[in-house]
Design a protein around this ligand. Structure first.
Ligand SMILES: [Zn+2]
Length: 251
């Protein structure tokens, strides 16, 4: 950007701020001229997990425990599934509001901003650099229609672009509407979503795919992601890696 267009952009932002003040999506404080989505304080204090750089971590251990519960004598031995999240989902400091902005307030720009931070982590980690297919957790068609977008697909599109991977937002389908997960116990959540996902009828995984990244906005119990993992796993051999990435992880 040359100096003139930079000045024009800065003046336009300043004028817009006068009429429509922009606020930090975490703390709500008005944003400064050079701040985007989050103020510098909240951005500096973002409770990052660093999970992209840890082969084993709390989120991955929880996910692999679900896998372990399903393991039977005659099933093939599957590798430990790697999982990464950008930050811990916490009420303090308003960090739980970040994913809510994307999910309930259609703030797609904020969602993409956070997704780019996650993409930076994944691209810098040798493990995720080999991802060649990105698949978001699907919404039931009715919910996607009423919301207008799938928040996981917004994240997946940014991650796929950064990792140079194919993005297939419609590979998985949620075949039935499930009750809201928020008031259920972990066991009830697992039973609620266990058979809710499948590959779209007639859809196939591209033959050359070796590493799939399954994406959602928040990792809570892992039940939804695990149900999607099972649907993907049934469509590919044990030599295909499947990893998980979310913006936030509930601790
Ligand atoms: Zn802030």
């Amino acid at each position: 950007m040359n100096n003139f267009s930079f000045d024009v952009a800065r003046t336009a932002t300043a004028l817009l701020d006068l009429f429509l003040p922009r606020a930090c999506i975490a703390c709500g404080r008005p944003l400064g001229l050079f701040e985007r989505h989050m103020c510098l304080f909240c951005l500096a204090d973002l409770p990052r997990t660093g999970y992209a750089f840890q082969p084993r971590n709390g989120m991955a251990d929880r996910f692999n425990a679900l896998l372990q519960d399903d393991f039977s004598e005659d099933s093939p031995i599957l590798p430990y599934v790697r999982c990464a999240a950008l930050f811990y989902y916490r009420g303090e400091g308003g960090y739980n509001r970040l994913t809510q902005r994307l999910k309930y307030h259609a703030d797609l720009a904020a969602g993409r901003f956070l997704s780019r931070l996650l993409a930076d982590d994944l691209a810098a980690s040798s493990w995720y650099a080999g991802v060649d297919l990105v698949v978001p957790v699907p919404l039931h068609w009715f919910r996607r229609l009423s919301r207008g977008y799938n928040q996981a697909a917004v994240i997946a599109s940014v991650l796929g672009g950064r990792l140079g991977a194919l993005v297939r937002p419609h590979l998985l389908v949620r075949s039935r509407r499930t009750a809201s997960q928020t008031r259920l116990t972990p066991e009830e959540r697992a039973a609620n979503v266990r058979t809710a996902f499948r590959l779209r009828r007639g859809a196939r995984l591209p033959a050359e795919v070796r590493h799939i990244l399954l994406v959602d906005d928040v990792f809570t119990t892992g039940a939804t992601l695990y149900a999607c993992y099972r649907a993907l796993r049934s469509a590919c051999g044990p030599d295909v890696r499947i990893s998980i990435a979310t913006l936030a992880c509930v601790t």
